[in-house]
Ligand binder design. Sequence first.
Ligand code: THU
Length: 129
Amino acid sequence: MADTNLVDLAIKASQKAYVPYSHFPIGAAVRTKEGKVFTGCNIENASFGLTNCGERTAIFKAVSEGFTEFDEIAIYGTSEEPISPCGACRQVMAEFFEPSTQVTLISKNGKTLVTTVQDLLPYSFTNLN
Ligand code: THU
């Protein structure tokens, strides 16, 4: 079951997206083990490769505030189907989330897919040992 509050916060976060190039807003909301929620949006740049995705913004905001353990994330995109996180974001989720962590993906019209970090990035590279 998706946390509806987290979904609502992800949708709201997309309203802050800085997307003058793609016009494709993304919003994300992540809940820490302590129950604190951080939100994020995608932030683009004229030098396209510098763009930061919405889910990474949310995760990096949390980590930069000292929260590194997470229970759940919701990601909203203005796509027809539930947004499919990019490879870089899957790798960042694998870094900080347990493999079984719930990831809720939401489309423009609210179509929802509930999945896990493990399912999004099987056989992931997680550390140097
Ligand atoms: N984007 C995200 O924010 N998250 C994803 O997982 C997929 C892509 C953003 C990056 C860029 O601002 C826009 O969507 C189009 O690629």
